[in-house]
Write a protein that binds this ligand. Structure first.
Ligand SMILES: C[S@@+](CC[C@H](N)C(=O)[O-])C[C@H]1O[C@@H](n2cnc3c(N)ncnc32)[C@H](O)[C@@H]1O
Length: 224
């Protein structure tokens, strides 16, 4: 599939897949979307709800590592200890990683080394990126996830249901529900009615929330 690096609304880049006319992030701003959907509505909400400082995060689609980098920076700011698992079947190439401007934009100076460390870390073993952030990139398909009661927060960031409908089903959300602990949170940029209903059937309590720039709504699913 043809892949191209494009600039989004806030100046951060993303990868565009021509055949699907789909991107890794919102065209209106990759960083803005990640901050709103995953940090504000996900991480900050979980911390406010659980009042704890240590958590395990599962990311559905590690991709460019943008969500992992933003979470890493936020963990430092909020003094959190995070175990971050990023599942990805088709890792981004070395050349593409070189073109991503996230580290420069988010924290000019020393964060490039942390972003590089994330991408250079081996697959399928936990690696300490810093003393309060552990990353395990797992190279496998989402369909193979078998974890039970393991995660406090899930960043559900698959390609859209328009191009990968098989990843937005009741079966996949049931898998997420089993993988999650009590009082946990799943957030996604999608606001589709069929996605909301699949989450509810899997056992989640689902809220519709204001979306990131350029999107009216998004979804947050709670496992109580
Ligand atoms: C929207 S992108 C993820 C963006 C990523 N969170 C980021 O910040 O760059 C979706 C990702 O899911 C991966 N993917 C697609 N189908 C998959 C599958 N069945 N199993 C595992 N990964 C898959 C793609 O390779 C892509 O990296």
């Amino acid at each position: 599939m043809e892949r191209k690096i494009i600039r989004t609304g806030d100046g951060s880049v993303t990868i565009h897949l021509s055949q699907w006319d789909e991107q890794y992030h919102s065209k209106h701003g990759a960083i803005a979307e990640a901050r709103h959907v995953f940090i504000k509505m996900g991480l900050e909400y979980w911390v406010g709800w659980n009042k704890e400082k240590e958590l395990s995060i599962l990311e559905i689609g590690f991709g460019t590592g943008l969500n992992a980098l933003i979470t890493f920076l936020e963990a430092k700011k909020l003094e959190l200890n995070i175990n971050y698992t990023g599942v990805e079947a088709y890792p981004v190439s070395e050349n593409e990683i070189q073109e991503l401007n996230y580290a420069q934009m988010l924290s000019p100076g020393n964060q490039i080394t942390f972003f590089q460390k994330m991408h250079n870390s081996p697959w399928d073993v936990p690696v300490a990126i810093s003393k309060n952030f552990q990353l395990e990139k797992q190279q496998k398909r989402f369909e193979e996830i078998q974890d039970v009661n393991a995660y406090d927060l899930v960043f559900f960031d698959a390609f859209g249901a328009r191009v990968q409908p098989e990843l937005w089903t009741e079966e996949i959300f049931a898998k997420m529900f089993v993988a999650m602990k009590p009082n946990s949170v799943l957030v996604t940029y999608s606001a589709k009615g069929s996605v909301r209903r699949a989450m509810q059937t899997a056992g989640f309590i689902v809220e519709r929330l204001p979306g990131p720039p350029g999107k009216r709504e998004m979804l947050r699913a709670l496992k109580k």
